[in-house]
Design a protein around this ligand. Structure first.
Ligand SMILES: *Cc1c(COP(=O)(O)O)cnc(C)c1O
Length: 396
């Protein structure tokens, strides 16, 4: 792909990660639980990887459990906290979580739990007063994402975790989009559970990690063998684990680049598009935002049409729609932010990584404005001249 700008969806496997994994797909195939030399070698590689993850987050290696993905980590954290406190039947989470959290909350709601979904303002920020007053004596868990995958908006996680701690309530954060972009220091961040995913930080798909703080309750979500000290059954995904360790080292190494060069590229893209394309808005707070993410909306356009046309120029981005059940509804995140209907449909998300170059940005700045002009000329909704003007504050 000439210009891959969809890194919040998934990332390229880093060459260093690929190199580290390849031998494990050839001769080094031992089971870490085996007593022979091949197994011992695998076990050693696995523990080295665990140490790298722990070093990247500043926690103890024993506090890291390998999972199959971010989704499993989120499910496990929530399940653990609720199973360990069966008498507590209230959860606090937010309207803008990833489905890996949102659908777990909905599942427990159907089982009779009360769930408070914190709302966000038009910039994607939480109402902290709503948060402070949401706690109840039977609140079991708070689950708030560290940074939003669509808008890039960063949550005040430290402040929110401290408030939960004051109430004696467990705190989980989905940090899948934060790792590698925001420095994480678990000695200075009072969360009980934190989740990351390999394929969002240049490791392969199918590997993730869950931090569980010492003394935080834990109940295995995956029952089976004694792997991970009985905390997660199933023979370990050694290639994934080793790849994740290398990716974590790289994520720490690249964090400055993400916050300087990558941020500058994102800002140039944002300024260039805003200047070239009238009737465009930025979704989400521009200050408290991941350095790699730009969610931008163009009035009177269908996001999917833009994506297809960009794709012809080798530009990969994503839209702000959740293509569920065949209808192109604006995503739950944009709806929660109250992005006007006429804009929400024309939302694009560009998400960069350390592997992007200035040429990628030049390509988008050259190709997107004429695409928008063409689509707007074809749009029946453009000026309402056919009596079809979309209502701005359509109830959604
Ligand atoms: C991608 C993502 C997930 C899910 O991770 P998988 O490894 O794909 O299961 C969860 N939360 C956020 C914020 C994400 O961006």
């Amino acid at each position: 792909m000439p210009a891959y700008l969809d890194n919040n969806a998934t990332t390229m496997v880093a060459p260093e990660v690929r190199e580290a994994i390849l031998p494990l797909l050839a001769d080094e195939y031992g089971n870490p639980s085996s007593m022979h030399r091949l197994g011992g070698q695998s076990g050693m590689l696995m523990e080295q990887a665990r140490q790298k993850i722990a070093a990247g987050l500043n926690c103890d290696p024993d506090e890291i459990i390998f999972t199959s993905c971010g989704t499993e980590g989120d499910n496990t954290a929530i399940f653990s906290a609720l199973e360990a406190q069966p008498e507590k039947r209230h959860i606090i989470t937010t309207r803008v979580e990833h489905p890996a959290v949102l659908n777990v909350a909905k599942h427990y709601e159907r089982k009779g739990y009360d769930v408070t979904y914190l709302s966000v303002d038009s910039k994607g920020k939480f109402d902290m007063d709503q948060y402070r007053t949401a706690f109840r004596p039977d609140t079991a868990l708070v689950s708030v994402m560290y940074a939003n995958n669509e808008s890039g908006v960063i949550s005040p996680i430290k402040e929110m975790a401290e408030i939960a701690k004051k109430h004696g309530v467990l705190f989980h954060t989905d940090a899948v989009q934060a790792v590698g972009k925001i420095a994480i220091d678990l000695q200075n961040l009072p969360v009980d559970y934190l989740v990351l995913s390999g394929h969002k930080i240049h490791a392969p798909k199918g590997i993730g990690a869950l931090f569980v703080r010492k003394n935080a309750p834990f109940r295995p979500f995956m029952l089976g063998g004694h792997q991970e000290h009985g905390r997660r059954g199933g023979t370990e995904n050694l290639p994934g684990i080793v790849g994740l360790g290398v990716a974590m080292d790289l994520a720490v190494k690249h964090i400055d680049d993400e916050n300087t060069r990558v941020r500058a590229m994102r800002d140039r893209l944002e300024k260039g598009l805003m200047a070239a394309i009238p009737d465009s808005i930025i979704n989400g707070d521009q200050e408290m935002r991941l350095p790699n993410t730009l969610s931008i909306a163009f009035k009177y356009i269908e996001g999917e049409a833009m994506l297809l046309m960009l794709d012809q120029f080798g530009i990969a981005a994503s839209s702000g729609s959740a293509c569920t059940s065949g209808s192109l509804e604006p995503s739950h995140v944009l709806r929660a932010m109250g992005v006007p209907f006429t804009f929400a449909h024309g939302s694009l998300r560009f998400s960069l990584s350390t592997y992007n170059t200035d040429e990628d940005i030049d390509l988008v700045l050259r190709e997107l404005p004429p695409i928008i002009s063409r689509l707007r000329e074809m749009s029946p909704f453009r000026r309402g001249d056919e009596g079809l003007d979309w209502v701005d504050d359509h109830d959604h």
